[in-house]
Design a protein around this ligand. Structure first.
Ligand SMILES: *[C@@H]1O[C@H](CO)[C@@H](O)[C@H](O)[C@H]1NC(C)=O
Ligand SMILES: *[C@@H]1O[C@H](CO)[C@@H](O)[C@H](O)[C@H]1NC(C)=O
Ligand SMILES: *[C@@H]1O[C@H](CO)[C@@H](O)[C@H](O)[C@H]1NC(C)=O
Length: 514
C-alpha cells in the first residue's frame, strides 16, 4: 500500500522538483515585484453539461521564465508546455488554457492553475457537471397492487446534477389530497380505496435537459361495493321493470340475482344485463307474482356483498301541491298528486294541528298501515302515564285539538294510471294555526308509503265570507267516510262498519264543536 502511494505521488514530486529548481534559478536573479507574473484570469465556477467541451482559462501577465502548472488535486495535468495528463480528452491550448472534451461527472472538481514563483501563486476553477435527470427506480416496476385500507408508498428515485425534484401527479384526476401536483420523492397514500386507484405519474426535473417521467399503476383490491339505483322500483302489470345494482370491486366481481332466497336464471321474461359496473335485472311484462324482494349478490376473492330492491305495484309516496297558506280561517283545500301505475282506489289523509310555539307535544305521526292499527291502539292505552325508575308519573291532560285525525277518501272518479291528482277541503279548523298533514294512497296492490309531512296555515280571518259559506254548505257526509282520532278508536274503518263510522263521526263533530 505504501509502495502504491509512493508510485502515485512520484510523478508530481518529480515535476514539482523541476519547478522548484527552476524557481530557484529565477530567484537567484534579483526579484523585482514589478516584473513578477500576475493572473489576468480569475477563479471561476464552470457549469457544463455532460458531454460538452470546457475551456479553463489561465492568462498571465509577465509570465517571464516562470512555469505554469495545471493541477487537479495532487495530480499534475500539465507543466510548462508539457501535457502530463494521459487522458486523450485533455488538451493544453497555446494560450495555456486547459481544454477538456466530452466532460462527464468524473471531471467535476477544482482545477488549479499555478505559477511556480517562490511563493506559488494560483487561481482555482471549479467545474460542475450538469447531468440531466434520470429515473432509475420506481416502486414495483410501476405496477402496485394492494388491498383496500392499506398504506401505499409510491417512489421514484431520480439522479442528476443538480439533484432533481420529483413531482407527482395523477392521470385524469387530482391527487388523493386534492392537489394537482405535489413535490416529494415518496408519495404516501393512507387507507387506500377504489377512489385512489389509477395511474400515478412522477416527473423528475433539475433544469438540465428534458424532464423525465415514469408511471405507476395502482390497483386497489377490495370486496364488492353495491349501490342500488332505486331501492324501490314501482311498476305495474304488463309493464317492464328494471332493477339496477351498480357494482364496483377489484378483482371484477361476479353478480348474481336472487328472488328472496332463490337464484334467478335468465328466462324469456327475465333478462340479466351487465354494462360496466351497471348490472340490470329486466323483467318484461311484469305480473302480480313478480312483485317482491330481489337481491343482487356480488362476489370476488375478497368478499361477498348483497343489496335488495323491492319491486312493487303500489303507488309512489304522494306529494302535496296546495299552497302553504290557505284562504280561509276554518277551511283548507289540501291537494296532492300521486304517481301510480295502477289506478288509485282510495286515500288516507292524516292531519293535526301543530302546537303553538313554545308548547311542546309528544304527539308523533302514527304508522298508517291498517294492519298496525291494533298495535298502536293498545299502545295508546298507556299514553297517559309512563314509568321511570319504578315510579309512575301522570302526564298533564293532552290537548285533544293537537291529536291526529284521519280521513279515508275514495278516489273519485278513478283516474287512469299515471299521475293522479286529489284534493279535499278540511273543515272545522282553527284560524291562524299551523297544521301538519300526511297522505297515503292505495291501489289494488296495497298502500303506498306515507308521504312526507306537509305543513299549512289557516288565515286569521276569512278572505271572503260568502265563498267560505258556500264551501261550508257543500259539505256532505258522503265525501268523508270517517273522521276520527286514533286515540279513541281501534276499529278498522276500512272494513266498512258504517254503524261504528257513524258513531265516531258524531263524536268527532262534537269534538270539533268543542
Ligand atoms: C329482502 O331479502 C333480503 C335477503 O333475503 C333480506 O335481507 C331483506 O331484509 C329483505 N327485505 C325485505 C324488505 O323484505
Ligand atoms: C281545491 O284545489 C283543487 C286543486 O288546486 C282545485 O281543483 C279545486 O277546485 C279546489 N276546490 C275548491 C272547492 O276550491
Ligand atoms: C299498557 O297497559 C296494559 C294494560 O293496562 C299493560 O298490560 C301493559 O304492560 C302496559 N304497557 C306499558 C308499556 O306500560
Amino acid at each position: 500500500m505504501l509502495l502504491c502511494g509512493k508510485m502515485r505521488v512520484f510523478l508530481p514530486i518529480l515535476i514539482a522538483f523541476v519547478i522548484v529548481k527552476d524557481s530557484w534559478e529565477v530567484t537567484k536573479i534579483k526579484t523585482d515585484p514589478a516584473t513578477l507574473p500576475t493572473f489576468i484570469s480569475s477563479s471561476q465556477v464552470f457549469k457544463v453539461k455532460d458531454q460538452d467541451t470546457i475551456v479553463l482559462p489561465c492568462e498571465v501577465a509577465n509570465p517571464g521564465p516562470y512555469v505554469l502548472v495545471w493541477k487537479r488535486g495532487i495530480a499534475v495535468l500539465s507543466a510548462g508546455s508539457t501535457l502530463v495528463s494521459p487522458d486523450p480528452r485533455v488538451a493544453l491550448n497555446p494560450d495555456y488554457s486547459l481544454e477538456i472534451k466530452e466532460v462527464g461527472p468524473q471531471d467535476a472538481g477544482d482545477y488549479v492553475c499555478q505559477i511556480g514563483t517562490l511563493e506559488p501563486r494560483e487561481i482555482t476553477h471549479t467545474v460542475e457537471i450538469l447531468v440531466p435527470p434520470r429515473i432509475h427506480y420506481v416502486t414495483s416496476n410501476g405496477r402496485v397492487e394492494v388491498k383496500k385500507g392499506s398504506t401505499v408508498r409510491l417512489e421514484c428515485k431520480a439522479s442528476g446534477n443538480p439533484v432533481p425534484k420529483v413531482t407527482w401527479s395523477r392521470k385524469n384526476n387530482l391527487l388523493p389530497g386534492g392537489e394537482q401536483t405535489t413535490t416529494t420523492p415518496i408519495l404516501t397514500l393512507d387507507k387506500v380505496d377504489r377512489h385512489q386507484a389509477g395511474i400515478y405519474q412522477c416527473v423528475a426535473s433539475n433544469g438540465v435537459g428534458d424532464d423525465v417521467k415514469e408511471q405507476i399503476f395502482l390497483h386497489v383490491l377490495y370486496p364488492p361495493e353495491i349501490t342500488v339505483e332505486r331501492p324501490v322500483v314501482y311498476s305495474g302489470e304488463g309493464l317492464e321493470a328494471q332493477l339496477v345494482c351498480i357494482v364496483h370491486g377489484e378483482s371484477q366481481p361476479e353478480v348474481l340475482w336472487y328472488r328472496d332466497t332463490m337464484q334467478l336464471d335468465t328466462t324469456e321474461r327475465r333478462i340479466m344485463e351487465s354494462r360496466g359496473s351497471r348490472h340490470t335485472l329486466v323483467i318484461r311484462k311484469v305480473n302480480r307474482q313478480d312483485f317482491g324482494n330481489y337481491t343482487c349478490v356480488a362476489d370476488n376473492q375478497l368478499g361477498k356483498t348483497r343489496k335488495s330492491i323491492q319491486l312493487t305495484g303500489k303507488p309512489h309516496p304522494a306529494k302535496f301541491n296546495s299552497p302553504s297558506t290557505g284562504r280561509y280561517k276554518e277551511n283548507y283545500n289540501i291537494s296532492w298528486q300521486v304517481e301510480s301505475l295502477s289506478p288509485v282506489e282510495e286515500y288516507k289523509l292524516l292531519y293535526r294541528r301543530l302546537p303553538d310555539i313554545g308548547v311542546t307535544s309528544d304527539n308523533q305521526p302514527q304508522p298508517l298501515h291498517h294492519q298496525s292499527l291494533k298495535k298502536f291502539s293498545s299502545k295508546g292505552e298507556n299514553k297517559t302515564s309512563f314509568s321511570t325508575n319504578g315510579f309512575v308519573y301522570s302526564r298533564p291532560t293532552k290537548d285533544r285539538r293537537l291529536e291526529w285525525r284521519d280521513v279515508i277518501l275514495p278516489a273519485s272518479p278513478i283516474q287512469p294510471a299515471g299521475l293522479q291528482s286529489m284534493s279535499y277541503i278540511i273543515r272545522g279548523l282553527e284560524g291562524g294555526q299551523q297544521y301538519e298533514a300526511r297522505v297515503q294512497a292505495r291501489n289494488k296492490f296495497g298502500w303506498s308509503p306515507v308521504s312526507d309531512s306537509f305543513t299549512f296555515k289557516t288565515t286569521e280571518t276569512d278572505e271572503s265570507t260568502t265563498d267560505n259559506r258556500r264551501m261550508f254548505h257543500e259539505h256532505t257526509s258522503e265525501d268523508v267516510q270517517s273522521i276520527r282520532s286514533y286515540k279513541n278508536s281501534g276499529t278498522n274503518l276500512l272494513r266498512g262498519n258504517s254503524l261504528t263510522s257513524l258513531a265516531i263521526y258524531s263524536v268527532c263533530i262534537l269534538l270539533l264543536q268543542h
